[in-house]
Design a protein around this ligand. Structure first.
Ligand code: SAH
Length: 404
């Protein structure tokens, strides 16, 4: 099959050589065929009319701002079912190594760009896997590329594969669910470092849970346990608690936890997970409220906590939204610092891909917090089941800083 050729700017060519997986529309010149959506193309850099060697192969999208998702780099780059198969096998082998102790059965199997399968994400929840395909062009070529997905996942013990498809009416925010193989499933009990919790793979956020925070949930459990051993206070406030992952780990380590989220349904799931882990939800507080308004009220009442966790939804959907996002983080962190007891721990996270770690730390300075006693102890990025390629900063959207 003759591959179409896409000519790209010299600058984009350099980025491709470095391993950047996206080529934006403005960098793409002539494409030898524009008829199909989801065309597999050979990428050729061109400057001053001089044609250079083939740089790689990728998927061309005539509509999206991300014009090409680059899969393979090099003069003999291919893109076919064999390439996908090879990447998937490698991805599964890495997770086999990462989760060899058997204590965790919920993790990202395939991290799209980061596992060099741009736009294709697979999460695993025990024996259920959830597929997400980003971009119409990637969706169009997926029947051609993903032929080995079912046999390989079945081999790895997956009995149901669901697909979360972004629905257009909701601007991609909402998803519909399709069964790719196996019986339909929604509620799944998984384990993270041996701790059981409930995931709704059909209706939950993202593909069901925020798997990217797994190691941070563990860290919160460890810090609460260490404080308890040292005889320090452990009253914990978990803001934007969703299904209570951080809350559960803090409670297991001995904390009394207040969880705040606007979604009442998320609290119901959190309470179910508390019970599964042998915790009594009645000993903890679950508040359905807007976190910002609730924090103002807590400050007015003079309430404080020893550990405050903040993990809000993304504030910066685009580069343009970044300045507003920075001010929003500063205001939120101020409200967190206002209810943090002296000697307490502040755990602040951001999942905005346009806000770098340094940008994020700038929202935790003394002026933002309105106090000058806090130090940054540690900061963390995404966990190893969410690998990224070095030049692709967008992949490292998750940041978490611990202050004391
Ligand atoms: N920490 C969670 C993930 C948080 S996701 C975990 O580890 O699983 C962000 C959460 O913020 C969602 O559950 C959403 O319902 C909630 N949320 C969004 N806006 C909010 C607001 N203004 N006040 C309180 N919660 C909010």
């Amino acid at each position: 099959m003759g591959m179409a050729v896409a000519r790209v700017s010299r600058h984009a060519g350099e980025a491709v050589r470095r391993g950047h997986p996206w080529i934006f529309r403005s960098a793409v010149g002539q494409v030898s065929s524009r008829e199909e959506q989801g065309l597999i193309v050979r990428i050729v850099a061109e400057h001053d009319g001089q044609r250079e060697a083939v740089l790689g192969a990728g998927v061309f999208d005539p509509i999206s701002p991300i014009a090409i998702r680059v899969w393979s780099v090099g003069a003999d780059a291919r893109l076919d079912a064999g390439v996908f198969r090879e990447r998937l096998v490698r991805a599964i082998a890495l997770r086999g190594e990462l989760f060899a102790d058997g204590a965790t059965d919920a993790y990202r199997v395939l991290n799209g760009e980061g596992d060099r399968t741009p736009g294709i994400v697979v999460d695993r929840y025990a024996d259920v896997a959830v597929l997400r395909i980003d971009g119409d062009a990637t969706r169009a070529v997926s029947p051609l590329l993903l032929t080995s997905l079912e046999p390989i996942l079945r081999d790895a013990g997956v009995t149901t594969l669901l697909e979360r498809i972004p629905s257009r009416d909701a601007g991609g925010r909402d998803t519909t669910v399709a069964v790719r193989f196996g019986p339909e499933r929604s509620r799944v009990v998984v384990r993270e470092h041996g701790v059981p919790f409930v995931v709704d793979v059909a209706r939950g956020q993202k593909t069901g849970a925020f798997l990217d925070q797994r190691e941070n949930r563990r860290r919160v459990g460890e810090l609460v346990a260490a404080r308890a051993r040292a005889g320090l206070g452990t009253r914990t406030l978990n803001l934007f608690s969703y299904t209570g992952g951080f809350s559960q780990r803090a409670a297991l380590a001995g904390a009394t936890v207040t969880s705040v989220d606007v979604a009442a349904k998320a609290h119901a799931t959190a309470q179910e997970s508390f019970r599964l882990a042998g915790l009594d939800p009645a000993e903890h507080t679950f508040v359905t409220a807007d976190a910002f308004a609730w924090l103002a009220e807590a400050k007015r009442k003079g309430q404080t906590w020893d550990v405050v966790i903040s993990d809000p939804p993304s504030f910066a959907p685009s580069e343009r939204a970044k300045p507003k996002a920075i001010s929003a983080y500063r205001a939120l962190h101020r409200s967190c610092a206002d209810v943090l007891a002296p000697g307490g721990r502040l755990v602040a996270a951001s999942c905005s891909s346009h806000v770098s770690l340094e940008d994020f730390l700038s929202t935790l300075d003394d002026a933002a917090l309105g106090r000058s006693d806090l130090r940054v102890l540690e900061s963390f990025g995404p966990p190893p089941d969410h690998p990224t390629v070095a030049p692709f900063f967008e992949g490292r959207y998750l940041k978490l800083a611990m202050l004391a």
